[in-house]
Design a protein around this ligand. Sequence first.
Ligand SMILES: [Fe+2]
Ligand SMILES: [Fe+2]
Length: 352
Amino acid sequence: MAETTYRNNCESRYTEKIESIEGGYCYEANRSHYWGPQELSLFFGTNLYRQSTPEQKLALNHLYWVTQYNQTAATEANAVLYNNVTEGVFSAVGGFGALCSELSLETEQEHQHIHAFHAIGYATRKALFGSERIVRPRLSSLSATSRRNTKNSSAPPSLLSLKIPALNWTKLQDEACRLMILKLSSGGGSCSYSDFLRSQQRSGKPIPVQRAGLLGQVVPASLSRIMTISFGASPFSACFFYAIRYLANILLKNYEHSYFQFHRSLERAGDFIPAPTAISYYHMLDESFHTTTSQLISQDLYKEFPRPTAYEHLMANLIFYRGQQMMLGGLSAVLPGIFRSDSTFILPSTRS
Ligand SMILES: [Fe+2]
Ligand SMILES: [Fe+2]
């Protein structure tokens, strides 16, 4: 099954299509067209939307695409990290060559998808709001892990005066967490520990964590390192990551399928196809391989490995429960088609 998915994915050219569409993108050439069904517009169904001018309605339709794919890019950045972490487990266990090749290919594809979503989002917001109102996305911006290592200038002088620079507390904490989680996990302990995390640690790098996207938000910041190590500590937890990745795949399809159908109807009518609509179309096709992989690992592959321990049960249930709470815990009037509360969009009142 993994071999077939890998072969079909290698033969497909959807990522290259996305790359070429992104290269030729210009907002002006797309601004007078809807990029998806009208229902996929910010504030659709509200009085604010009804009172908008035709030009504003187009902009709200475009900003819906930008907002959704900004969130998708953040969740795909989660996939980039955890694909590497879990692929490292399968390669440490051995015998999963085709699956590891597929995961590497999916990771490369996510890099290109993220680039396209950010580039189109930035160009669109710049055209609509002006460059001084927005911040250019930086893929190489200071990561959460490197921020964690930045000197804390507000530390009390008494601590700074202690001359013990040889102690690397982050490294010590990482090692302590790793040893503890390996003890609590199934599957032969360090024999199946992620090759990726092992090489990170060998080169002196801290355990990577995520702060945005679905998996960056399911656990509090203090637990993100534990989550990363857990995914890399045993075959069961590595397989479990694909259950939450499958949830993210399905949530994406919930609105991306509408863009896919919209593209088809434009194609059938011989009408102009806006670049972002075409990107959604090819992204949906590219992601179909990823969904198949998520399903294969989370529903079948885990059965090949030792049963989970109490710790792994707890982590899996906690992460999945939080994922459902976050992503399926409300209805939005700002962003139709998502199941999140609007509270994050509401600014605090400024009562005098
Ligand atoms: Fe993607
Ligand atoms: Fe994906």
